[in-house]
Ligand binder design. Structure first.
Ligand code: MLT
Length: 240
C-alpha cells in the first residue's frame, strides 16, 4: 500500500485522488469540530463553500448552521467553528448541521473524487488510520493548510495517522518523502501534541484570539474512535 501526503489541498489536482482513500485534515479546527460534533450526537454535517449557500441550505431545510471566517464566527450565524460549541450535541435543535469554514470544508469538497473520503485529526488519528487501512487502497493524506499555505497542525495530524499506519502495515507500507517527514514530526510531538499546535501560524493566531481551550481540545491524541466519512454531500460517522 502506498501512502502520499498533499500538503495544501487548494493546490492539489482533485483528479489525482481517483481510486484512493483520502483522509482530510484541518486540525485547527474544522475536522476536529466535525469529529466532536458527530461524537456528541449530530447525525449529518453538510460541508459548504460559501456562507450564503450555507445559510440558504440551513434556512430552507431547518438545519443547524455553523460557520467561520478568519477564525471568527460568521456574523448572523448561530454557531462558529469551535469544537467546544458542539460538545453538548444538538439538544432540541436539528441533528443535521451545515458548516462552512475558511479552508477545511473546501478541502473536504475538493477530495470528493477519492473512492472513499475520511475525516481525520489528532482527536481520532488511531481510528481513522485503522479505517483507512481496512479500505485496502492507496491512501492520500490531504492537509487543508491555511490560506493556501502549509499548516503545521495538519502535518501533525497526518503524521500521527502515518505512524499508526506503519504499525498496522508491519513493513508493507510505501510512504512518500512528505509522509515520512510528517511521521517523524509526529514522533517528535507524540508526548506533547499541544506544543505543536501552539507553534504553528494558525495556532498562534487562535491563541491571540483567546482560543487556547480550542487548541487544548484539538490536541487530545486518540480521544475519539469516531471516523467521519463524506459521501453524497454529507459527512456521517462510519459504523465501526
Ligand atoms: C478553516 O477551515 O480554515 C478553519 O477550520 C479555521 C478555524 O476555524 O480555525
Amino acid at each position: 500500500m502506498n501512502v502520499e501526503m498533499i500538503p495544501v489541498a487548494a493546490a492539489a489536482d482533485p483528479a489525482g485522488l481517483r481510486g484512493t482513500t483520502a483522509v482530510v485534515f484541518d486540525v485547527l479546527r474544522a475536522t476536529s469540530t466535525i469529529i466532536t460534533a458527530l461524537a456528541a450526537g449530530y447525525r449529518c454535517i453538510y460541508p459548504v463553500s460559501g456562507a450564503g449557500e450555507a445559510a440558504a441550505l440551513a434556512a430552507g431545510r431547518g438545519y443547524a448552521l455553523a460557520g467561520e471566517r478568519g477564525g471568527e464566527k460568521i456574523p448572523g450565524f448561530p454557531l462558529g467553528n469551535s469544537p467546544l460549541e458542539f460538545l453538548a450535541g444538538p439538544g432540541d435543535g436539528s441533528d443535521v448541521l451545515v458548516l462552512t469554514t475558511s479552508n477545511g470544508t473546501g478541502a473536504i469538497l475538493r477530495s470528493v473524487q477519492a473512492e472513499r473520503v475520511l475525516i481525520g485529526a489528532v482527536l481520532n488519528a488511531g481510528a481513522v488510520a485503522s479505517a483507512a487501512w481496512r479500505e485496502k487502497r492507496d491512501i492520500i493524506l490531504v492537509c487543508a493548510g491555511s490560506g493556501g499555505r502549509f499548516a503545521l497542525e495538519d502535518a501533525l495530524g497526518a503524521g500521527f495517522v502515518a505512524e499508526e499506519l506503519v504499525k498496522l502495515a508491519s513493513g508493507s507500507l510505501v510512504m512518500d518523502d512528505m509522509t515520512m517527514a510528517v511521521r517523524d514530526l509526529a514522533l517528535y510531538y507524540r508526548a506533547r501534541p499541544l506544543a505543536g499546535l501552539d507553534l504553528g501560524q494558525h495556532g498562534r493566531k487562535l491563541l491571540t484570539m483567546g482560543r487556547e481551550e480550542d487548541l487544548r481540545w484539538c490536541a487530545q491524541l486518540n480521544k475519539y474512535s469516531v471516523v467521519p466519512f463524506f459521501a453524497r454531500g454529507c459527512i456521517k460517522a462510519l459504523q465501526l
